[in-house]
Ligand binder design. Structure first.
Ligand code: ADP
Ligand code: MG
Length: 233
């Protein structure tokens, strides 16, 4: 399937111009945000609870429309794309939701393989790749389990495996290590870093100080609605 949007290396994969966001006509949660993010970049998205991290990520996967301003993905203004195209654009975006969003009637293996099914991959390839990534995140003994029987940390790893399985061009992870111990958190960070090295634009929302201090990545911080991008020196 041909990729939607542009692919030039220099063009930002995400760009926001004068974007503001409010819910139900209330005060602006995000105020006049303009920034560009490129292929093969890695950003921590930081800010206190309620600062707007999840709202910011929602704008990037077209889960919300901005109240004003323009969001462009892969060079295209998302307000101009059809519903059919939204679906194609989303195939290029891996998302780890804060509340996992696993499908409770599907097994762990089926949940993880779902994006490959949507992309039209063969059953054999789906199973092989889903098993491989589940093994890697330490869930090799849970293939046939239903999500409701898993712990929070296990669900989180299933959600991460599902988000990375297609090697998306954009990976958005909302507090992806909130439910796992330090050793697994470290391993997951290495997975995200590996994705970034292979060309993905990765954004990880976190308030986990240890990461922010250990990994000196670029940062996007949200403070009282203002979004500031700070690139590493
Ligand atoms: N669906 C919603 N309806 C109304 N207000 C919302 C909604 N989602 C988030 N908010 C508000 O927007 C602000 C930012 O929330 P959120 O993006 O969840 O922050 P964070 O992820 O940084 O904790 C908060 O004041 C929150 O109450
Ligand atoms: Mg949040």
């Amino acid at each position: 399937m041909p990729k939607v949007g542009t692919n030039s290396a220099e063009e930002p994969v995400i760009s926001l111009e004068g974007v503001s966001l409010s819910y139900n006509g209330g005060a602006n949660v995000l105020k006049n945000v303009s920034l560009s993010l490129y292929k093969k970049s890695f950003h921590f998205l930081t800010g206190v609870s309620g600062a707007g991290k999840t709202s910011f990520l929602r704008l990037l996967y077209m889960g919300l429309k901005p109240s004003s301003g323009t969001v462009k993905l892969f060079g295209q203004d998302v307000s101009t794309i059809s519903r059919e195209e939204v679906y194609k654009f989303r195939q290029r975006i891996g998302i780890v939701f804060q509340d996992f969003n696993l499908l409770s009637h599907l097994t762990v293996l089926q949940n993880v393989a779902l994006p490959l099914k949507v992309a039209g991959e063969s059953a054999l390839k789906r199973e092989h790749q889903a098993k491989e990534i589940l093994d890697w995140v330490g869930l090799g003994n849970c293939f046939n389990a239903l999500p409701d029987t898993l712990s929070g940390g296990q669900k989180q790893r299933v959600a991460i495996a599902r988000a990375v399985i297609t090697r998306p061009d954009i990976l958005l992870a909302d507090e992806p290590t909130g439910n796992v111990d330090d050793k697994i958190a470290d391993k997951l960070m290495k997975l995200f870093y590996g994705m970034h090295n292979m060309g993905t634009c990765v954004i990880v929302a976190t308030h986990y100080r240890q990461f922010i201090d250990t990994f000196h990545y670029d940062r996007i911080s949200i403070d009282r609605g203002h979004v500031i991008k700070k690139d590493r020196k």
